[in-house]
Design a protein around this ligand. Structure first.
Ligand code: URA
Length: 203
């Protein structure tokens, strides 16, 4: 199957999904948007009010700020793929629950598998936890890291800067570093996951 068709098939399944209770309250699920051959994939947290209404990611206030950040470093929003860890809006925009993240995980895995982005930018802690579950965004943001063949670039969520204006400059600097990474002026660190507790207990 060609890649565009494979991606559309995943998105069709997400639009009809009933795997977790969030489907009951949704207006539209939000599979993601962007070209199947995108080099950069952004993963946010979950759809908010406007995303739920339109079925599109990052179209509210945080989305406008994301567009601004991209524009500032000359990255065309139409050339990147944007999605979320969970594809339906949690009531009142509460944090995603573990069971919801688990129910949606297969969709995100398949999107990554089909798109094969060169860089995955994680926006906020729920998205970062996919690659770096035990880290803090405040410590690792702006540092691209390679896990196996995949480069991850953790960043603060743009909505965080709307609540805490001092983070605006931090996000702007991290987007400059993303530009450097994409242009080959910045190398990702090689990340070796910490040994599992069971492995430690062998010693
Ligand atoms: N915040 C997110 O994490 N995702 C969206 O799509 C919109 C706001």
């Amino acid at each position: 199957m060609d890649r565009a068709k494979a991606l559309e098939e995943i998105h069709g399944q997400i639009r009809q999904c009933t795997r977790c209770p969030l489907h009951v309250g949704r207006t539209k699920s939000v599979p993601g948007a962007g070209p199947v051959d995108a080099l950069i994939m952004f993963i946010g947290e979950a759809p908010g009010f406007h995303e739920d209404q339109q079925g599109l990611p990052f179209v509210g206030a945080a989305g406008r700020f994301l567009s601004e950040l991209l524009e500032q470093v000359g990255i065309d929003r139409r050339r990147v793929f944007i999605t979320n860890v969970i594809k339906c809006r949690p009531p009142g925009n509460r944090d995603p629950q573990l069971a919801e993240v688990e129910a949606c995980k297969e969709y995100l895995d398949r999107q990554i598998e089909v798109i094969k982005p060169r860089v995955i930018v994680t926006l906020g802690r729920y998205s970062m936890a996919r690659a770096f579950p035990d880290e803090k965004v405040s410590v690792v943001h702006g540092r691209p890291r390679k896990v196996g063949d995949q480069t991850y670039f953790p960043m603060y969520h743009p909505a965080a800067a709307l609540h805490q204006p001092s983070l605006r400059g931090v996000l702007e600097a991290d987007f400059e570093r993303l530009r450097d990474l994409v242009d080959g002026r910045l190398e990702p660190e090689v990340y070796n996951p910490p040994p599992e507790a069971e492995q430690l207990s062998l010693f």
